[in-house]
Design a protein around this ligand. Structure first.
Ligand code: DGD
Ligand code: CLA
Ligand code: PID
Ligand code: PID
Ligand code: PID
Ligand code: PID
Ligand code: PID
Ligand code: PID
Length: 312
């Protein structure tokens, strides 16, 4: 297709740049400017809206392309192979083309809003500047091909199951855990701190398992989960906490996407995360909340998971 062909030209223009970027640099975990959690949440909300509007099949293929690309990483900078670099660009270009232009621009504008204007120049200073400009020129040509293949109307909303066992179980889980949700400091910057003692390649392994799980999920249910998050973001209070109803809808939606993949795929995520999350992290989280609320939430989760497993 045209986007695939254009991605090869983009690769010619951008792979030198890709090789020069130090993908293992911890700077990419930081906020791209001053820390503004509510504005950042807005930017993420725009990404969620874009993801919910995208073609689920193309999202799945983009996830697969990333998984494959992780498998061909080489060298100290963590760069993927030329072929996989092109495949990722092509897959993302197709995702972008599957949503109306305005949804893409809304993401750009919202991210721009939390990005210090000095950041692009700083990024450029870390690589060969001429290669960065060559890559950007390639991007400008690529985006015209994407625009020429772009849809103009959004896809239909997801179908949300009703009266299912997971929906019912989500009520009990939400009742048991909402006090805990209210105890958590959602606006803290602690969640952007590096995981103690873990390198980027080690962390990427766990993220890879999430990508694999995402790729196996039922597309309609994943879309519904994105929509539930978008709605929940719309009802947050000043401390970032969503309403009990929207919280319950998020739990139900997430339970359903978990049930849509094999148990082992979920356990692969859990086990790979357990390898990189030091007990000091969980203990620190626990120390900041009311312990009885956390225990009630945990009990609720372990009851909920049996219902999920039964329909998995
Ligand atoms: C960039 C963009 C990269 C900056 C990276 C910041 C992104 C951080 C994302 C953090 C989000 C949070 C998610 C994480 C959550 C964690 C949860 C725990 O360098 C601009 C200005 C605005 C930059 C900010 C907006 C970036 C938006 C990027 C997309 C967002 C997506 C995704 C996020 C991440 C999540 C992924 C899953 O646009 O951009 C460089 C440009 O900066 C440079 O400016 C451009 C002008 O826009 C353009 O108008 C033009 O002036 C151009 O061109 C210069 O510069 C000129 C000529 O016109 C060209 O022809 C050519 O010759 C060129 O010069 C050569 O120099
Ligand atoms: Mg990504 C984007 C890393 C998994 C879906 N992703 C980005 C970039 C960053 C990144 C490189 C955001 C920062 C930025 O804009 O830099 N993703 C990244 C990693 C992983 C991952 C490390 C780990 C596996 N992503 C992942 C998964 C999905 C996505 C699983 C779901 C399928 N990702 C996704 C989307 C988008 C990203 C939809 C974006 O739109 C965003 C992005 O790239 O926006 C431009 C700048 C970008 C780059 C350095 C890489 C692109 C290089 C282009 C083609 C040429 C360079 C141009 C110029 C020099 C700089 C960019 C200017 C900009 C205005 C265009
Ligand atoms: C400028 C000036 C003009 C020239 C110009 C110009 C540049 C405009 C630009 C630009 C626009 C632009 C847009 C970009 C958009 C990037 C969008 C990224 C979206 C990320 C998402 C992440 C996610 C997910 C995901 C799916 C999940 C939800 C999420 C489900 C259902 C200024 C050059 C025209 C770069 C969507 C993918 C996993 C949130 O206009 O003179 O330069 O860049 O998890 O959804 O699971
Ligand atoms: C524009 C203007 C509107 C019209 C429009 C428009 C277009 C927007 C577009 C577009 C946005 C867009 C985004 C693309 C992003 C591509 C990102 C590629 C990333 C590739 C990576 C590969 C890799 C790896 C990996 C992880 C490793 C690092 C690597 C570590 C730690 C402008 C059409 C709406 C194409 C990250 C995955 C293995 C490098 O908005 O008018 O057209 O395209 O090895 O991580 O090692
Ligand atoms: C300039 C002027 C214009 C021309 C121009 C220009 C240059 C702009 C540039 C540039 C922008 C730019 C951006 C780059 C972005 C790279 C993003 C990489 C993201 C990598 C990640 C990796 C990671 C992980 C991971 C998970 C870990 C955290 C991390 C935990 C909990 C100035 C040329 C356009 C290079 C996200 C995945 C392992 C961080 O604009 O005229 O030149 O470059 O380790 O999670 O640890
Ligand atoms: C233990 C001991 C026994 C008792 C026990 C026990 C506990 C087990 C547990 C547990 C398992 C467990 C699993 C959990 C899994 C969480 C998984 C999260 C996945 C996140 C993903 C994120 C993503 C996306 C997304 C879609 C994108 C890709 C991504 C596309 C196509 C120890 C109690 C049985 C909590 C998938 C969603 C946006 C990456 O066994 O005696 O306690 O918890 O962006 O994909 O867009
Ligand atoms: C288990 C054992 C196997 C069998 C199995 C199994 C089950 C795994 C499961 C499961 C995992 C799972 C995960 C669930 C997670 C629910 C998470 C809910 C989060 C809700 C939030 C709401 C909100 C917001 C929001 C953003 C705001 C904060 C809030 C800010 C900055 C165990 C079956 C495989 C259900 C976060 C979105 C508005 C609070 O593996 O043997 O069954 O379920 O307002 O952000 O303000
Ligand atoms: C313990 C002992 C057992 C019993 C037990 C127990 C407790 C465990 C606990 C606990 C675990 C735990 C975890 C918590 C996790 C909270 C995660 C919140 C994430 C929030 C984010 C917010 C954000 C943003 C956002 C984007 C911004 C960055 C942020 C940028 C660029 C010990 C009870 C089981 C509470 C990610 C979205 C706005 C950070 O196990 O016997 O008690 O709690 O602002 O992006 O700015």
């Amino acid at each position: 297709d045209q986007i695939g062909d254009a991605a090869k030209k983009l690769g010619d223009a951008s792979y030198d740049f890709a090789k020069e970027v130090d993908w293992n640099n911890g700077v990419f975990l930081q906020a791209p400017g001053s820390f503004q959690p509510l504005k950042a949440l807005k930017a993420i909300d725009k990404m969620i809206e874009m993801g919910a509007a995208a073609d689920p099949e193309l999202l799945k293929k983009a996830a697969d392309a990333h998984h494959k690309a992780i498998g061909s990483i080489s060298g100290p900078n963590g760069v993927t192979s030329r072929a996989d670099w092109d495949a990722v660009n092509a897959a993302l270009g197709r995702v972008v083309a599957s949503v109306p232009k305005q949804k893409v621009m809304d993401v750009y504008d919202a991210v721009k809003d939390i990005t210090d204007p000095k950041v692009p120049a700083y990024m450029k200073s870390l690589v060969n500047g001429a290669d960065a400009e060559k890559a950007y020129q390639g991007f400008l040509e690529f985006k015209d091909v994407v625009a020429a293949n772009q849809v103009t109307t959004a896809s239909a909303a997801a179908t949300v199951p009703t009266g299912d066992k997971i929906g019912t179980a989500a009520e009990a889980l939400s009742d048991a855990s909402y006090p805990f949700i209210k105890d958590i400091d959602w606006l803290s910057d602690v969640y952007l701190k590096p995981l103690p003692g873990k390198t980027a390649p080690e962390t990427l392994k766990a993220i890879d398992k999430m990508i694999v799980m995402g790729s196996k999920m039922d597309g309609n249910l994943l879309k519904a989960a994105a929509e539930a998050h978008h709605k929940a973001i719309g009802s947050i209070d000043a401390k970032g906490v969503t309403s009990p109803e929207d919280y319950e809808a998020v739990n139900a939606a997430l339970g359903r996407i978990v049930a849509s993949v094999p148990k082992q795929t979920v356990m692969d995520v859990y086990n790979s995360m357990a390898k990189i999350v030091d007990p000091s992290v969980t203990n620190n989280m626990f120390s900041k909340v009311n312990p009885l609320d956390a225990l009630s939430a945990a009990k609720g989760f372990y009851t909920f998971k049996d219902v999920v497993e039964a329909v998995q």
